[in-house]
Design a protein around this ligand. Structure first.
Ligand code: ZN
Ligand code: ZN
Ligand code: FE
Length: 753
């Protein structure tokens, strides 16, 4: 016998990544058994610790298996091994969880897996049509965890006693529900309940499902409890119903997300590429923005958008409901900018004649999480809203400052904060606009919650320099050292953080609004960034516009302001022209802005496409739509260009010639040609300014960020022409380009300071 083989080694293996709540310990148990290895496995903090004893050869086989066959839903980011002293084992066992000071990686919520979905429809199975079927590879995680480590008694599943049959599965190593913390059945619950909101009689289980389905089929609207909160569900084909839904949600104007049974079903309505199919089926099961093929849906469902937010069912209940009722609008159940409703009591007490019932269960949701939103751009999945399925998985930001713990407050719009410890930047879920008091409350409560869960006590806080941001005021209230970061600098830093960029970067930050170091409203910025520092290199010429909240909505008014400052008075048709002119002249409620978002608004209105933003970015989205349609038809883009003026050490970008072009050709060239021409002109301008900066400062790396870059036509054009000129271009991938990226950028700057 080979001496080397028989010699026993004892090792400690620490596995990091998403390794809890995904069946990792049972998996380790099974491969240890397979290779005849002795030892133990346990959760420790957010890690999995394996102690094993075996021959060198078996150890190597084990390690190979560990790396290549890890369960679906897991994601190994590191494996550390060390030799330890020999000890005695009598087999291989899963042991009690331990605690330590490492950052915990809390598993994100997982969609129903293929095996469970199959089992759901097996007539003889004891979970036949059970809307809560799950296993160790699927089900709620982040939203039901009360404490770490992730064990049943630390989740809201503790409200349900395991029945003997479930207990049997839970303790059988070969069973795919071995240590599945969300294990349940018809005997142990949770179970389905339907409340029609009019009498006290509640239906349960099959009856509950039947009643809810019937109401939807007859054009009603019901609330359905999901993973991170409630959805409002109804048919996307009935205009009256969709209008009622808009009324119920407080006249919300955004296109609604629609859930489909399968990718094939989505293909009947939308164009789906291979990459988009992958994204639809990915673990986060995000809402994916797809081009609509036809207009067979009710006009108010997609609100004239060229995109449809499509997604696949991710809970067993959704699988059953969509199979029965066909494609359904599934929109976050919230009223007028308030947070998504997660508690049964709140939902059941929502007395509205527009809501025909609530389909729910009694498993508590610990923290609310909206659906994530993604799209494919540049053949890469890109996040628009980072929430369910992504949070609280960290963005890895390796750094030498091992000890430093950071709270970064993010921005006020699309609020999302970031917590940093030990190389991991954890972005919170999306909250919405902090101007709404209830959203702010949830944001604050969530900071406390995540700090506790991740065992983070921030040493420093980082926030936006905007004097009126609620997020900044909250950061100030913490009483720890505080760093203020300029908004667009944070945008660019988020790209640097994601791609681990060091050295100098030309940052192009285009968005609607951000507070500048000179007190003006920035938003069309070229910043040269390095480490924690930045210098403004170029910006869109300041245009005086009328301030106030309403003017963000009023694109027609913005257009008047841009035309006035370009001396194109004679082209202004708006009857408010003289009043606006007088107000600007007398400096009444006037602000200076270099906002690219406002420029898109103005152009959209000038071309007669949209005059008002009934939701953020609507005018720009409709302008993009015209450009997309033009591209499809092969329409030539109208040539136009910005004027680039070199002023001492700052470049000023003047949109005047663009407006001249648009005004002159407004009625001769087609709208599509002008819309596309405008997009191309912005891309050309990006290239031109980047080339000037490259020539002067020898920087070849470009980072693009800010909400304007959600525009696919602009983004793809800019990427193409920058790459043609050999720039290395980076953009946001794991955080959104909009203000959802601010927290990560602030964290990066906090680390670099
Ligand atoms: Zn499963
Ligand atoms: Zn059971
Ligand atoms: Fe921004």
């Amino acid at each position: 016998m080979d001496k080397r083989k028989s010699k026993s080694i004892t090792k400690k293996i620490t596995v990091s990544g998403i390794v809890q709540g995904v069946g990792f310990r049972p998996f380790v148990y099974n491969i240890a058994k397979k290779h005849g290895i002795l030892g133990t496995v346990r959760n420790i903090g957010g890690l999995v610790e394996i102690i094993l004893q075996s021959s060198e050869e078996k150890y190597n086989d084990f390690l190979q298996d560990l790396k290549t066959n890890a369960p679906i839903g897991s994601e190994i980011t590191g494996i550390e091994t060390e030799n330890i002293n020999e000890r005695k084992f009598d087999g291989f066992r899963i042991i009690e969880s331990g605690n330590d000071e490492e950052i915990s990686i809390i598993p994100p919520d997982l969609p129903v897996c293929e095996s469970c979905e199959r089992e759901l429809f097996i007539g003889t199975d004891r979970r036949f049509l059970n809307p809560f079927i799950s296993c160790m590879s699927c089900g709620a995680r982040y939203t039901i965890i009360e404490e770490l480590p992730y064990d049943r008694h630390n989740t809201t599943m503790r409200d349900f006693d395991m029945c003997p049959s479930c207990r049997e599965e839970y303790t059988s190593p070969k069973n795919r529900r071995f240590h599945a913390q969300t294990i349940s059945c018809y005997d142990c619950g949770p179970y389905l309940i339907f409340n029609n909101l009019t009498d006290a009689n509640e239906l349960t289980e099959k009856d509950a499902f039947e009643e809810a389905a019937k109401i939807i089929e007859s054009g009603g609207i019901i609330a359905v409890k999901g993973i991170g909160g409630y959805h409002f569900a109804c048919s996307p084909f009935l205009e009256d119903t969709v209008l009622k839904l808009r009324e119920l949600k407080g006249r919300e104007a955004k296109p609604f997300a629609i859930m489909f049974e399968s990718v094939d079903s989505i293909r009947e309505y939308c164009i789906v590429s291979e990459k988009e199919e992958e994204l639809l089926k990915s673990k986060a099961r995000p809402i994916v923005l797809l081009y609509l093929k036809n207009d067979s849906m009710a006009p108010s469902a997609c609100q004239g958008s060229i995109y449809c937010g499509a997604f696949l069912p991710y809970t067993p209940l959704q699988v059953l409901l969509i199979k029965r009722c066909g494609p359904l609008i599934m929109t976050s159940a919230n009223i007028s900018n308030k947070p998504i409703i997660k508690d049964n009591q709140e939902m059941l007490s929502l007395k509205s004649p527009l809501l025909n019932g609530v389909l729910y269960n009694k498993r508590r949701i610990v923290r609310s999480v909206d659906d994530s939103v993604s799209k494919v751009m540049d053949s890469t999945p890109q996040l628009i809203r980072r929430s369910r399925g992504h949070v609280p998985y960290p963005v890895f930001c390796p750094n030498d400052k091992k000890e430093l713990q950071i709270f970064a407050a993010g921005g006020d719009l699309k609020a999302s904060f970031c917590l940093y410890k030990n190389g991991n930047a954890v972005m919170s879920q999306y909250f919405g606009d902090l101007e709404e008091r209830t959203v702010l409350e949830r944001y604050k409560a969530s900071v406390k919650d995540l700090c506790h869960m991740l065992k983070i006590t921030p040493d420093i806080a980082v926030c936006d320099m905007h004097p009126n941001y609620h997020s900044s005021k909250f950061a100030e209230s913490l009483g720890i050292p505080l760093i203020y970061v300029q908004h667009h600098h944070a945008h660019i830093a988020s790209v640097m953080a994601e791609h681990h960029l060091d050295g100098q970067v030309i940052g192009v930050a285009f968005d609607g609004t951000g507070y500048g170091t000179d007190g003006q409203i920035w938003g069309g910025e070229f910043l040269v960034c390095e480490g924690a520092e930045f210098k403004r290199a170029a910006h869109l010429r300041y245009t005086p516009i009328l301030g106030g909240d309403a003017s963000m909505r009023d694109a027609a008014k913005t257009a008047v302001c841009f035309l006035l400052s370009s001396n194109l008075d004679k082209y202004i048709k708006d009857e408010r022209k003289d009043i606006i002119k007088a107000a600007l002249k007398n400096n009444i409620n006037t602000v200076l802005t270099s906002s690219m978002g406002r420029l898109f608004d103005a152009v959209s209105s000038l071309l007669g496409i949209r005059h008002e933003n009934s939701y953020e970015g609507e005018c720009a989205a409709m302008l993009e739509k015209e450009a997309v349609l033009a591209l499809r038809k092969g329409t030539e883009p109208k040539n136009m260009a910005f004027e680039i003026k070199q002023k001492s050490d700052l470049i000023e970008i003047d949109p005047k010639p663009v407006f001249e072009s648009l005004c002159h050709h407004r009625y001769s060239a087609g709208i599509g040609s002008l819309a596309l021409g405008f997009h191309y002109a912005v891309a050309d301008m990006i290239l031109e300014v980047c080339e000037i900066i490259r020539k002067e400062q020898n920087i070849n790396t470009v980072a693009l960020s800010g909400g304007v870059f959600q525009n696919t036509v602009l983004m793809e054009r800019a990427l193409k022409i920058l790459r043609d000129k050999h720039f290395k271009v980076y953009y946001n991938v794991s955080v959104p380009p909009n203000d959802g990226s601010i927290g990560l950028g602030q964290t990066f700057i906090g680390l670099e300071r």
